[in-house]
Ligand binder design. Structure first.
Ligand code: ZN
Length: 366
């Protein structure tokens, strides 16, 4: 049976959400993950050249290998330059909606310390009617105010080009076991993988199992490309945020998941179609165990699983999602129960799989 104590580790989820980790600067997130794995006994740690970290439970080199993937990075910025007045201009790391960047708090990580700043905005008092509905037109207009009096003042604070910038956002627990915070994309996947690795630690498996935490997903699935090459996987399950469509301004045509409806499997996104045999297999596990499964069909989106799917000769892959509202912002909302059910489903898959079943899925045998 699944250990209930592991299944209710909300604190780890909060710790991972609040960690600083824009693309290319995932060290703090990685430290949390490595510390969790240090307490486990059956995993060997390796890293690829881009800093993705891989924990392997090796059974037998001749047996097939399943890899579970999540990404450590979140969307953020790099300081581009400091203007004469001391405002920071930035380069985005990942996909920001321009309107969600206005008047937010940010953490700028310098060599010695973190500095808080705010993305400024023009005030309504001086705007005409037209300007009020179209303030920032591009990412280039974003500027961050750290309280500096001028360029030299900001430089004396230790700020320089290349400093990473992340949203400043602490987790708040909402009603109905829902959590408000940043970077659920994809710290929720990271948390799932840690929980699963803990649950499976003392099990003997008939296949090899990797838990992979990638870097630089938000800027083009870069850590997935290198880690997929390194792991020589035979099958991949990517654990990610799903896109909830259950709030004003969203329609079923855009996204189909709802909070509290359980985990999802993606049937289409712009980077991947899932393997149909693997999809059937997961649907059967869900049905057998009375787990409600949601489906997601998105026109956009992209995820690490797609790099694994296209790695080497091509492998069965699927994206498992936990529904999330308001993605790619300071304030996204998840339902803790969806997270728990997602872990349960993934655990049941790991529990049921065998080397033979992985080979059968690979060979498209139901
Ligand atoms: Zn993601």
């Amino acid at each position: 049976m699944i250990k209930e104590c592991v299944m209710t580790n909300k604190n780890m989820l909060i710790e991972l959400s609040e960690a600083f980790g824009p693309s290319g600067f995932e060290e703090e997130v990685k430290t949390i993950i490595v510390n969790k794995f240090d307490k486990l006994k059956s995993y060997k740690k390796t890293e690829d050249g881009l800093g993705s970290v891989i924990f392997s439970k090796e059974t037998d080199k001749d047996k097939p290998t399943l890899t579970l993937v999540s990404h450590m990075d979140e969307i953020g910025y790099l300081v581009k330059y400091i203007d004469n007045e001391g405002f920071l201009k930035v380069q985005n790391l990942g996909g920001w909606l321009t309107q969600s960047m206005i008047n937010q708090r940010w953490v700028i990580r310098t060599k010695d310390k973190d500095i808080i700043g705010v993305s400024g905005m023009k005030t309504i008092h001086v705007m005409d009617a037209k300007e009020r509905t179209s303030f920032y037109k591009s990412n280039n207009e974003l500027f961050i105010d750290v309280g500096a009096k001028n360029q030299e003042d900001a430089m004396n604070m230790g700020i320089k080009p290349g400093n990473p910038v992340a949203p400043y956002s602490k987790v708040v627990e909402l009603k109905n076991n829902r959590l408000l915070g940043k970077a659920w994309d994809d710290r929720i996947g990271c948390a799932m993988l840690i929980e699963l690795a803990t649950l499976i630690d003392d099990r003997l498996l008939s296949y090899n199992l990797n838990f992979v935490f990638t870097t630089q997903e938000e800027i083009g699935l870069r850590g997935a490309m290198t880690s997929a090459y390194l792991t020589k996987s035979d099958m991949c399950i990517n654990c990610e945020v799903g896109v909830a469509g259950d709030y004003p301004y969203m329609s079923m045509d855009e996204a189909q998941e709802k909070l509290g409806g359980g985990p999802s499997i993606f049937l289409h996104d712009s980077s991947m179609l899932p393997d149909k045999t693997l999809q059937n297999y997961i649907e059967n596990i869900a049905t057998k165990n009375k787990i409600e499964l949601q489906y997601e069909i998105l026109a956009g989106y992209g995820e690490d699983g797609s790099m694994y799917q296209k790695s080497r000769e091509g492998i069965p892959s699927i994206n498992l999602g936990i529904p999330t509202r308001y993605l790619h912002s300071h304030n996204s909302v998840i339902d803790f129960n969806d997270y728990k059910i997602g872990i349960r489903l993934a655990y049941l898959i790991l529990d049921d799989l065998s080397g033979e079943k992985i080979n059968n899925i690979k060979n498209k045998l139901d």
